[in-house]
Design a protein. Structure first.
Length: 520
């Protein structure tokens, strides 16, 4: 009997230490601080001719689950509900061998080509018009990336004319003859992809060559449509490359591309979080580079015949996500189909907090990729389901407000520099709603957190109206066709006029706190 009591007592103590321990954190928000617009384009997505992302993912002409355009209806619904504002296409590395002219006109006449980069065959039935149509269906702006390796500068210019031309000229007329009378109005264009990558099939791995070729391509494209916005290839692992591109091309560079893949070196949760944390350093380096550039371009020679960049140069994180090779769980082409678990969803939240905090320098971001490959949505011939990472991707888009609000977070650490509480705040244009996104990244500790608002001066009514909590049974839990492990809890709260709130966040949770205020 004594032994039994002792056993229960020890168990009680252990449980208290590991599961119930409550730690303290403090969040302060000063409403006098300047807020910064969060670009809506920061919540974009990316698709590429890689494995089953496009063919067999979003597009499958032979499936009974597809509509008459060949779009998988179940997948389309999930992509629509992601509410992405921007979709990048056709790659990625594949851009270096992709010829856009293969993907226009009657589908049966389109050439089939070997996908020299990722393997398999591209029948080109999903081409420019289908991509634009898909963007319309999901409510996203199209973002096209040109092939500067095996297509010519003239091809890039023709693509702009085919998409945006309004005159009585060859490529505009060809588009019309394909059934698209109105121009596609594609505003966002990338010049190449990771052109510095030595093993790739590109030809401009020397930065000066990249600059020389890009200048010519951009001139020809902008002469077709001066309103397009240009993304150029930067590199956060080679700052000299980025510096050179910015200093020689800032007049025509709207966005400088960097790719942020978390590639944890082992399968530990903290390694995953640290791999996201280190992007703070990369962003700071990129910030130092782009902040040297004048926000307005002066003295741009008239004889370019198109206007220069008109807004401050921003960073485009046009591929980001989690490439968890060390999990050993990937399948499909290049093992890029991962079962993302709840720890990955928390890491996505950490990425998005980072993006919101750096709203002043990030102009757009597109998660790589969308279906099957490194993806929030998995499809088979029989159906599809949403992975854990779908939850934060969707929720941040749904709940965040349009402007970021500086926030000070005092939190205990999981380990070196890794805060347990990772939070950001955003505020609506009319200043009537504040949203705080709070991640409790501890695996097993509740965190009691004081949230303190400073300078609420004329606000008479202030309330925490709604709390949305996402959690899961364990860090390694994954969604499958049969079950969705993500639990969503909504707590409506009573009106009150407090300026200080005390809340306890459960372990491994993503939380959105919606505050409403008015001066009536
Ligand atoms: O997203 C997969 C690949 O990762 C892309 O093709 C390439 O740009 C990046 O290295």
């Amino acid at each position: 009997m004594k032994k039994c009591l002792l056993f229960f007592f020890i168990q009680f103590i252990v449980l208290n230490i590991y599961c119930q321990e409550i730690r303290d954190a403090k969040i302060s928000i000063d409403l006098n601080q300047e807020s910064e617009k969060i670009s809506p384009l920061v919540y974009g997505q990316f698709i590429e001719f890689l494995g089953r992302c496009i063919d067999g993912g979003i597009y499958d002409e032979n499936s009974t689950l597809s509509n008459e355009q060949g779009f998988r209806k179940d997948v389309l619904r999930s992509v629509q509900e992601l509410k992405t504002p921007l979709l990048r296409f056709p790659g990625g590395t594949v851009v270096k061998i992709y010829h856009w002219k293969d993907g226009i006109g009657k589908k049966t006449d389109r050439p089939k080509r070997k996908n020299l980069i990722w393997g398999g065959i591209m029948d080109n039935h999903f081409g420019t018009a289908e991509f634009v149509q898909y963007c319309r269906e999901i409510g996203a702006e199209p973002f096209l990336v040109v092939n500067m390796s095996t297509d010519s500068p003239n091809d890039a210019s023709d693509w702009v004319e085919y998409c945006n031309g309004t005159g009585d000229t060859y490529w505009s007329n060809l588009r019309r003859s394909h059934g698209y009378i109105e121009p596609f109005n594609v505003k966002y264009w990338g010049i190449g992809n990771e052109e510095y990558a030595k093993p790739d099939a590109g030809k401009d791995q020397n930065v000066n060559k990249y600059i020389e070729d890009s200048w010519q391509i951009i001139k020809l494209m902008k002469l077709q449509d001066p309103g397009i916005k240009i993304t150029l290839v930067g590199n956060c692992d080679d700052l000299a490359w980025s510096r050179e591109v910015v200093s020689q091309m800032h007049q025509v560079c709207d966005f400088l591309s960097v790719h942020f893949y978390s590639m944890p070196g082992d399968s530990k949760y903290t390694t995953l979080l640290q791999s996201v944390e280190q992007f703070n350093i990369r962003l700071d380096s990129m910030k130092a580079i782009i902040n040297k550039v004048p926000s307005k371009v002066k003295d741009f020679p008239f004889f370019y015949r198109f206007p220069p960049r008109s807004e401050p140069l921003k960073i485009a994180i046009d591929e980001w996500g989690i490439w968890d090779i060390k999990s050993g769980k990937g399948t499909g082409t290049y093992n890029l189909e991962y079962p993302y678990n709840w720890s990955h969803a928390l890491a996505v939240g950490k990425f998005l907090n980072l993006f919101q905090r750096n709203a002043d320098i990030i102009g757009l971001a597109t998660w790589a990729q969308t279906v099957n490959v490194l993806a929030p949505i998995i499809s088979t011939e029989a159906g599809s389901f949403r992975q854990t990472v779908y939850t934060p991707l969707q929720a941040y888009r749904q709940y965040s407000q349009k402007n970021n609000l500086p926030i000070v977070v005092n939190s205990p650490e999981i380990e070196n520099k890794l805060k347990i509480i990772d939070a950001t705040a955003s505020i609506s244009d009319d200043k009537k709603e504040i949203v705080i996104a709070v991640l409790n990244l501890s695996e097993n500790k509740h965190v009691k957190t004081t949230i303190n608002f400073i300078n609420l001066k004329n606000i008479r009514k202030f309330k925490l109206e709604n709390q949305i909590i996402y959690s899961a049974p364990s860090l390694d839990a994954t969604n499958t066709f049969k079950k969705d492990i993500v639990k969503e809890t909504q707590i409506k709260s009573e009106i009150n006029s407090k300026k200080e709130f005390e809340l306890t966040f459960q372990p491994a949770s993503i939380n959105f706190l919606i505050f409403k205020m008015s001066d009536e």
